[in-house]
Design a protein around this ligand. Structure first.
Ligand code: CP
Length: 309
């Protein structure tokens, strides 16, 4: 077991989050720093990904590491019946760090308990997506100049969306006011609402997305309805197009407001929004490179001072 794994944002202190953001800021100034020369990064993706896998691999490459792994579990010996435990133990023989995405909640936690190398959770079912949270926090910090006292609106699939679950937990340090906008069947789960109550975080729930509701948002965090998590596809069909943000709906929003989306988008943000200066989702994805360079360095014991040297 290696205790430097990054499997959840829940255990990160405010100081640790701000420290990682400072590291990300350094990498944005200069992404190419050969701090991981001679290291091997394994990326094990048991679920599809575009941004997370490619930005982790870009981060590793820009840091001078070499990358091994798979983007599709069908090409692995898992198809012959090899267990997750055995796969993790094998890859630990070859790599200095394992970045993994898995469809089962808790898979990264489990891997971190058995692996002799650090595990980075690149998304586990509908549970957590902590590296996404770091790039979300970096994006919020860059666009708002602070993480404190913001009105954060989370829209869409709040039941299965792991990005909103992680972000909610991380924001507990920064006195946010949350607004949860979702169809009733995709509302924020009770465990996260309870988390808000236990941490004195104010939240309001809505079932409609309209311009009056979002007028005082600082961050409008749109999410996709997670088709792959539904057991009843009729239910997916019923809710899949619940909310579509378009330019006209942004009329009353504050000048500082920015629209984030972890992507991919399916039908939540109309293309006419892309040219609106309040649209920030493509830059947000770019910030993933810097945030993930910071994460890879941190779990391997490389400090902010090492980066600045
Ligand atoms: N945001 C995100 O996790 O995107 P991918 O599924 O493409 O990695």
């Amino acid at each position: 077991m290696d205790n430097s794994s990054f499997v959840t944002i829940a255990h990160h202190t405010k100081e640790k989050i701000m420290y990682l953001l400072q590291m990300a800021e350094e990498f944005e100034k200069c992404p190419n720093r050969k701090l991981l020369d001679g290291r091997i990064v394994a990326t094990l993706f048991f679920e599809p990904s575009t941004r997370t896998r490619l930005s982790f691999e870009t981060a590793a490459n820009r840091l001078g590491a070499k990358v091994i792994g798979f983007a599709d579990p069908k090409v692995t010996s898992g198809t012959k019946g090899e267990t997750l435990k055995d796969t993790i133990m094998m890859v630990s023989n070859y790599a200095d760090i394992i970045v993994m995405r898995h469809y089962l909640e808790g898979a990264a936690r489990y891997a971190s308990e058995i692996a002799p190398v650090p595990i980075v959770n690149a998304g586990d079912g509908s549970n957590q997506h902590p590296s996404q949270t770091m790039l979300d926090l970096y994006s919020i910090y860059k666009t708002q100049g602070t993480l404190e006292n913001l009105n954060i609106f989370m829209v869409g699939d709040l039941k299965y969306g792991r990005t909103v679950h992680s972000l909610l937990m991380a924001m507990r340090h920064f006195n946010p006011t949350f607004h949860f906008i979702a169809p009733e069947s995709l509302a924020m789960p009770n465990e996260y609402k309870k988390f808000c109550q236990q941490n004195n975080l104010e939240f309001t729930e809505h079932t409609e997305l309209d311009k009056e509701v979002i007028s005082n948002a600082d961050i409008l965090y749109m999410t996709r309805v997670q088709k792959e998590r539904f057991t009843d596809l009729m239910e997916y069909e019923r809710v899949k197009d619940s909310f579509l943000l378009n330019n006209a709906m942004l009329e009353l929003t504050k000048p500082n407001m920015r629209i984030l989306h972890p992507l991919p988008r399916v039908n939540e943000i109309a293309y006419d929004v892309d040219d609106n200066p309040k649209a920030y989702y493509f830059q947000q994805a770019k910030n993933g490179l810097y945030a993930r360079e910071a994460i890879l360095c941190d779990v391997l014991g490389i400090t902010l001072d090492d980066i600045k040297r």
